[in-house]
Design a protein around this ligand. Structure first.
Ligand code: FAD
Length: 496
């Protein structure tokens, strides 16, 4: 990782103006803009082709401020409302300046995606879901649930490319076609290992490994790191985000943090390295129609919220109102027959009740929850539901209904099986990826420990910290990766 001095490099195997390292959504967006700005652009990727986690993803992109899809669905959103929501939802330390910029530029970014061929259908999926089973172009991502309903005018902002279920592949097809049509060239099976620096400290290239051989690449204008996060690197997780260790990794297996470490080796600042997305292995539609309880049989959050917040609340013990000993992801979804049947089978992702019982106390015994805990929780929940107001956790009255036997308990540790995946349900109770990374400014320049730009070095996507503080909302990863990837590409092309 230690940067290599240019004087030690006797020749360059390849030369370009802008070198983009990593060909996911952030890399493709950076490459497109850099090529459009007139630079010769080379994209390298350690994999045999483009895609990364971006191609595996749901394709949800967080956009708002009054996009044509929102307007067609009857929502007159504003950048201010979008920014207010993101500042609250992306947690302590969220980057307010980036959120303002992102929200103000969101409608333009929507049109940019459409111009690159990404289709969005002007219809709304109106229920909690990880990935709706339809091709609806818009979905809620917690904007209409407490506490955000109190601080920002709700509008759905999850924009989905027109694909049933997961849309990441379609998104990446459009972005790679755009980047390569604009003139970007590619070199696969090529993993960057070290940055090359000039005498004045500017980054002027990389050393890479290709089929076991070292090659050197000269970047006359800049290097853009878009290598993804570090969830596949257990040593980095242990050092920075130990709570994410041991959980299902949400990645293409290439998130080894190499881009982040190359930047750090040069004195780059990193931010929020302990933050992570925590997808609890539950079906949001079932959770919203029932209760979610922890290992001591207590509810701990409004179940109609963005489901990643349920995972964060469990794993990071936020909003707990008390703690419990033992396993963070020992979480149960409690639902009755009507609630279970209300969610069509194709949205249940293979989930079946773990236990079914005729009474709350029988269910309590079957789950092994402490005596009286689940019985009390169900009684209290049903009192709230009958009164039409959730005094404990503010779940919307839309999803409040007394639970009536027979009752089912679903153990989230048994996992889920997204439609694109064959085989058994899988998981550890939580599926995670990292949000921390290199600290960048609004144009994607990587900043050093004093906040100064490191000459010639840019970053975007999960190699950078982007918008996020401690929180996450679906769509903000592809969203900030493509938005600030574009910025980084333009600035890299203009870099002297
Ligand atoms: C199943 C799933 C569903 C998801 N759903 C969503 C969603 O709906 N919305 C959302 O916003 N996010 C979603 N995410 C998260 C999101 O996909 C990622 O956070 C995002 O794609 C990261 O984009 P990126 O461009 O930074 O990295 P990636 O897309 O992972 O691209 C990084 C690339 O860099 C390459 N690379 C790494 N190191 C090197 C190196 N040293 N040299 C050369 N190449 C290197 C990798 O091979 C990879 O191709 C999902 C993720 C998964 C896996």
């Amino acid at each position: 990782m230690t940067p290599r001095a240019a004087v030690e490099v006797s020749n360059y195997d390849v030369e370009t103006d802008v070198l983009v390292v990593g060909y996911g959504a952030a890399g493709a967006s950076a490459a497109f803009e850099a090529a459009l700005a007139g630079a010769r652009v080379l994209i390298i990727d350690r994999a045999g082709g483009p895609g990364g986690a971006s191609a595996m993803s749901g394709g949800e992109i967080y956009l708002g401020g009054g996009t044509p899809i929102q307007l067609a669905c009857g929502y007159d959103d504003t950048p201010a409302a979008m920014a207010a929501f993101l500042k609250a939802a992306l947690g302590a330390g969220a980057d307010a300046a980036k959120i303002d910029e992102y929200s103000a530029g969101s409608v333009e970014h929507f049109h940019w995606l459409v111009d690159r061929g990404v289709p969005f259908k002007p219809t709304l999926w109106d229920a909690p879901s990880w990935v709706p089973p339809t091709d609806d172009g818009l979905m809620w991502l917690g904007e209409n649930s407490w506490p955000f309903t109190e601080s920002a005018t709700p509008a759905p902002r999850g924009h989905r490319p027109t694909a049933n279920d997961f849309g990441g592949r379609l998104l990446m097809q459009c972005l790679t076609e755009a980047a390569e049509s604009a003139g970007a060239t590619t070199l696969f099976d090529t993993a960057a290992t070290t940055l090359i620096i000039a005498e004045d400290g500017a980054v002027i290239g990389v050393v890479a490994k290709r089929y076991g051989r070292e090659i050197t690449i000269r970047a006359r204008r800049a290097v853009v790191l878009t290598t993804g996060g570090f969830v596949d690197n257990d040593a980095m997780l242990a050092a920075h985000a130990p709570q994410l260790l041991g959980h299902t990794k949400v990645s293409a297996g290439t998130d080894d943090g190499s881009g982040i470490r190359m930047g750090q080796a040069l004195g780059a600042q990193v931010r929020h390295m302990s933050a992570g997305q925590v997808g609890m292995s539950l079906i949001p539609g079932l959770a919203a129609r029932g209760m979610v309880v922890n290992a001591v049989g207590r509810r701990f959050i409004n179940e109609d919220t963005y489901p990643g917040r349920i995972g964060q609340a469990a794993l990071f013990r936020q909003n707990m109102g008390g703690s419990w000993a033992g396993d963070d992801t020992a979480i149960w979804v409690i639902v009755d027959e009507e609630g279970f049947e209300d969610v069509p089978e194709n949205q249940r992702w293979g989930v079946q009740p773990t236990h079914v019982a005729e009474t709350p106390s029988e269910l309590e015994q079957l789950t092994g929850l402490p005596t009286g805990s689940l019985v009390d929780a169900i009684r209290r929940y049903n009192e709230s539901a009958t009164a039409g107001i959730d005094l404990d956790h503010h779940k919307s009255p839309r999803w409040l209904r007394p639970l009536t036997p027979p009752l089912a308990a679903i153990d989230v540790k048994l996992g889920i099986r997204p439609p694109a995946e064959a085989g058994d349900r899988r998981g550890t109770g939580a599926s995670v990826f990292t949000l921390g990374g290199l600290h960048t400014d609004l144009d994607g320049h990587v900043l050093d420990l004093d906040g100064h730009r490191i000459p010639g070095l840019f970053a975007a996507g999960r190699a950078a910290n982007g918008l996020h503080g401690t929180g996450y909302i679906s769509g903000t990863s592809l969203g900030d990766g493509t938005f600030f990837g574009r910025r980084a590409g333009t600035a890299a092309a203009r870099n002297a």
